[in-house]
Design a protein around this ligand. Structure first.
Ligand SMILES: Nc1ncnc2c1ncn2[C@@H]1O[C@H](COP(=O)(O)OP(=O)(O)OP(=O)(O)O)[C@@H](O)[C@H]1O
Ligand SMILES: Cc1ncc(COP(=O)(O)O)c(N)n1
Length: 273
């Protein structure tokens, strides 16, 4: 039996089990790759927000990177919450040359800030040029490019401008539900450094259990790239995987806030093994 591809998640933990390494490793397992992980931060987090963040010391992040990259045949890397400009630069140095999916985690679904101005600048200067693809939502793309006040209509332009910094940019279009509003579909925009722009449309899932959606999407993208899919195919299949998981968890009642996306199973409470 052949060995699975290895994908490395470099991310923070979420004690509520929705986002960060919880989403990454379970998504890797669901998509048939072996997941390794480097922890950058420990968060005390639940469905209502982030209560505390403890950054892992830079030397310990380095030791984890060395342990994984010195031994395992890593086929792709996915980064989530990196937390400091120093870690962003360290990851850029250590992961250059490996297919690299960068989810620039700057703000949590709950609104908590997980990366400030110095982190944004380090992404743009150091990590984006080393990445294969970056997967911001519209707000994260606007923050990276310092374009306050833009909205989803500018998503293709934001993707194009980010791609000008040296890697493909996939600006995701998770819906912003307002009371009474009907949103039929979500659109993700993929721009490549050669100037090409593609769009991917899929039906919108009406759910408030969406904590961890962006992590799940970018982890799926990395797993599919590690399996050898082209970027276009991986973008389409990662969105399909994500909407399937959103549907699977849409009726769950876990926590008092934005509940977790389902990670690996569509088995509900009434379908226990
Ligand atoms: N309610 C939804 N229905 C269908 N697809 C969705 C929904 N929410 C997000 N998606 C899809 O999930 C993927 C991730 O997008 P999203 O824009 O939510 O990322 P994100 O904002 O970075 O997520 P997060 O806030 O969890 O980090 C994209 O393919 C997007 O279109
Ligand atoms: C450790 C960690 N990593 C990433 C996110 C972003 O995910 P979301 O936007 O769904 O809150 C998070 N909340 N926590």
């Amino acid at each position: 039996m052949s060995s699975p591809p290895v994908v490395l998640s470099i991310a923070g933990t979420d004690s509520g089990g929705a986002a960060g390494t919880a989403a990454d490793l379970t998504t890797f397992a669901a998509l048939g790759v072996h997941g390794a992980c480097v922890i950058t931060a420990v968060t005390a987090q639940h469905t209502l927000g982030v209560d505390a963040v403890h950054a892992v010391p830079i030397g310990v992040v380095e030791a984890q990177l060395e342990a994984v990259l010195g031994d395992l045949p890593v086929a792709a890397v996915k980064t989530g919450m990196l937390g400091s400009a120093e870690v962003v630069r360290q990851v850029a140095r250590r992961c250059a040359g490996i297919p690299l999916v960068v989810d620039p985690v700057l703000v949590a679904t709950s609104g908590a800030v997980l990366g400030g101005r110095e982190v944004r600048e380090a992404y743009l200067r150091d990590l984006i040029p080393a990445a294969t693809v970056i997967t911001p939502n519209v707000d994260e793309a606007a923050a990276l490019l310092d374009r306050p006040g833009v909205d989803s209509r500018q998503a293709p332009d934001l993707a194009k401008e980010l791609a000008g910094h040296g890697c493909a940019a996939l600006v995701t279009g998770g819906p912003q539900w307002r009371p009474g509003e009907v949103i039929e579909s979500c659109t993700d925009w993929l721009a490549t450094p050669d100037g090409e722009v593609q769009c991917f449309d899929h039906p919108a899932v009406r759910t408030s259990n969406d904590h961890g959606t962006g992590c799940t999407f970018s982890a799926a993208l990395a797993a599919l790239l590690a399996h050898g899919h082209s970027l276009t195919d991986a973008a389409e299949s990662a969105a399909h995987h994500t909407t399937t998981q959103l549907i699977a968890g849409s009726a769950w009642r876990l926590g008092r806030g934005r509940g977790p996306i389902a990670h690996t199973t569509n088995r509900g409470n009434d379908e226990r093994p």
